[in-house]
Design a protein around this ligand. Structure first.
Ligand code: ZN
Ligand code: FE
Length: 258
């Protein structure tokens, strides 16, 4: 039995670079290293050898450290097709990526919406999901490049994974997201419980969270739930008819939420 653990490395103001560590052979893979400097500091402090990188999408806060790390360590970089990512290996929907040093297989899911090429990496054996800026705890990424329809389908794809999947998202947005979730669903007691929990963390990461919890608190995974539909329609002052319209309206509401 190999001993794997996952560390968060803080970067910029609210990014998490995830480190998949094999404690037996002291190796590590990084997910979304937007900045090389905290990664190098972490490797030196923990005396770990970097063996490869997984990238979810082309935004600088996710792949900005690739060039420096690739040159310094001569490692494979898996990422979707986009010239800014500087991947050595381009990944596609349903492709398997094997991390030999950790003995883990990850499946690639194509998740257009936040960006068109955005992917997630899912490890079925250990129920680990690295989902970049598509799904956050109690929230989701902004729809920058795709359509509301694509983003809704991408979120539903993630929602179909097992309930005990651990969601490793790329930003610490949980508190703000929960404040918005509570505005949408003031009577959802799971949101209150989660808010109480977050307040006790004192700056420690609020993620990962199990998918089962996200389904109870995340309005963007709840566009089929009557209370969420009612809240959106009440604010829109019209019938929204389908989940894509509900998603679209709630996403816009969140964009303007202060
Ligand atoms: Zn992004
Ligand atoms: Fe980001």
């Amino acid at each position: 039995m190999i001993s794997i653990h996952i560390d968060p490395i803080k970067a910029f103001t609210d990014n998490y670079i995830w480190a998949i560590v094999n404690d037996d052979n002291k190796t590590v893979w990084m997910v979304d290293p937007g900045d090389a400097e905290p990664v190098i500091a972490y490797l030196q402090a923990k005396k770990l050898r970097l063996c490869g990188i997984l990238i979810t999408h082309h935004h600088h806060d996710h792949c900005g450290g690739v060039q420096v790390l690739r040159e310094r360590y001569a490692i494979p970089v898996y990422g979707p097709k986009h010239s800014d990512i500087l991947a050595t290996d381009v990944v596609e929907e349903r492709q398997q990526v094997f991390l030999p040093e950790c003995h883990l297989f990850f499946e690639v899911f194509s998740l257009p919406g936040h960006t068109l090429e955005h992917v997630a990496y899912y490890c079925a054996s250990d129920k680990i999901l690295f989902c970049g800026d598509t799904l956050f705890s109690a929230g989701c990424g902004r729809v920058f490049e795709g359509t509301a329809e694509q983003m809704t389908a991408s979120l539903m794809k993630l929602a179909a994974l097992p309930d005990d999947t651990l969601v490793y998202c790329a930003h610490e947005y949980t508190l703000k997201n929960l404040q918005f979730a509570k505005t949408v669903e003031p009577n959802n007691s799971d949101i209150d419980l989660r808010l109480d929990c977050i307040k006790g963390l004192e700056g420690k990461p609020s993620v990962p969270t199990p998918l089962a919890l996200e389904k109870k608190i995340n309005p963007f995974l709840r566009v089929h739930v009557p209370a969420v539909i009612a809240a959106a329609e009440n604010r829109a002052q019209k019938s929204l008819e389908d989940p894509v319209n509900v998603f679209s309206f709630i996403r816009e509401w969140k964009n303007n939420f202060v």
